[in-house]
Design a protein around this ligand. Structure first.
Ligand code: 5GP
Ligand code: ZN
Length: 110
């Protein structure tokens, strides 16, 4: 499958990695919308949150919270965002959770 996040998860395309376990990978967004902008991505392909199983969603959400803490966002606050589908602004069709924070946040755009 020609999926950019599957390729990143497989190590075929490099990423700026924050965390990895057997089920997911966390890496910095290539076009950050804030000083901290990480993506939590399951290693197993799901097109969106609609297709993912409950256990995966729970695991990814826990990792997203821990990522926010690890990246120093607990005090100032942060956003956890899952864009879904065309009208939800999803541009990469492999489930991912955005962890966005820090000063000068420019998300959401517009
Ligand atoms: P979406 O709009 O689908 O919720 O978000 C996709 C995100 O993936 C965007 O914020 C975009 O900058 C990021 N992205 C797209 N391609 C790459 C890539 O090759 N590497 C990394 N690190 N981020 C990517
Ligand atoms: Zn994929």
């Amino acid at each position: 499958m020609d999926c950019i996040f599957c390729k990143i998860a497989a190590g075929e395309i490099p990423s700026n990695k924050v965390f990895e376990d057997e089920r997911c990978l966390v890496f910095h967004d290539i076009a950050p919308a804030a000083p901290v902008h990480a993506l939590v991505v399951p290693k197993r392909h799901s097109a969106s949150i609609l297709e993912a199983d409950d256990e995966t969603i729970g695991h990814l959400m826990r990792v997203a919270r821990e990522t926010a803490k690890t990246l120093g966002l607990s005090e100032g606050g942060f956003r956890i965002v899952v864009n879904t589908g065309v009208e939800g602004g999803q541009t990469v069709d492999h489930l991912h959770i955005h962890v966005i924070g820090g000063r000068s946040m420019t998300w959401p755009p517009g």
